[in-house]
Design a protein around this ligand. Structure first.
Ligand code: PEP
Length: 253
């Protein structure tokens, strides 16, 4: 059965003290997770080791980097490689968040390279896709997201895609307070799964966790996560508040 995941994306927020307090406050909620559920904390690079240490010995709770570079090592001042991330015990890496695509011009091709490196080094990518408002208004969101997925993931083998994690995040819903309705989320998640099934067969498609991201909060998580093709969420703003994120974790199927 594919994993149901509540992933927190802290982005460039919180001091280390605030972050450690937040993770500690969430221990009770994460302690209730079962075998088919997980919580992931995508924290700023300098906090990865601290958060990993807090989570030592805990089940179903993981740390993620919010990005990685598309080269293994070398003279790339200021960048962080998958090798470095692996060496400090990072579990997951968010690849292709819309803020990376928009502000750092990350293309589907560069993201494909990052995905390959994550897999080579044993890190689990959380691959983000999603359309801008103009695309949604033009009604072409399905083909737009399909291209993002095909261009960054369809060179992978079935084995590499089995158990993979994708986050569908409509840009118009990220940090805007505007959430896709649960019906809108289900519709495009089902479409994404059908694209994966066409390329790799039903068994692989059914093994892939497709998270929804875009203004998920305690008040709407249960309804969105209850959709059959929604396997949890990637959560920005609401993941910075312990009571909110605890309720989101408890909304997992
Ligand atoms: C995100 O950062 O991926 C996100 C979905 O943010 P928010 O929950 O704040 O919309």
């Amino acid at each position: 059965m594919r994993k149901q995941i509540a992933a927190a994306n802290w982005k460039m927020n919180l001091t280390i003290q605030q972050g450690e307090t937040l993770v500690n406050e969430l221990m009770e909620a994460t302690g209730e997770l079962n075998e088919t559920q997980a919580t992931v904390f995508a924290v700023p690079f300098p906090y990865l080791v601290n958060v990993k240490n807090i989570l030592a010995g805990k089940s179903h709770v993981f740390v993620a980097a919010q990005n990685c570079y598309n080269k293994v090592s070398g003279a790339f001042t200021g960048e962080v490689s998958v090798e470095i991330l692996k060496s400090i015990g990072t579990d997951y890496v968010i690849v292709g968040h819309s803020e990376r695509r928009e502000y750092f011009n990350e293309s589907n091709q560069v993201l494909a390279e990052k995905i390959d490196l994550c897999i080579e080094y044993g890190l689990k990518p959380i691959f983000c896709c999603g359309e801008a408002l103009e695309v949604r208004e033009a009604g072409t969101q399905n083909s737009f997201v399909e291209s993002q997925i095909k261009e960054s993931l369809f060179h992978l083998t079935a084995e590499q895609l089995t158990g993979f994690v994708i986050a569908y995040e409509p840009i118009w819903a990220i940090g805007t307070g505007k959430t896709a309705t649960s019906a809108q989320a289900q519709e495009i998640h089902a479409y994404i799964r059908s694209v994966l099934a066409q390329g790799y067969g039903n068994e692989v498609a059914e093994s892939i966790s497709i998270l929804y991201g875009g203004s998920v909060k305690a008040a709407n998580a249960k309804e969105i996560f209850s959709q059959p093709d929604v396997d949890g969420g990637l959560v920005g703003g609401a993941s910075l508040m312990a009571t909110e994120f605890a309720a989101i974790i408890r909304s997992l199927k």
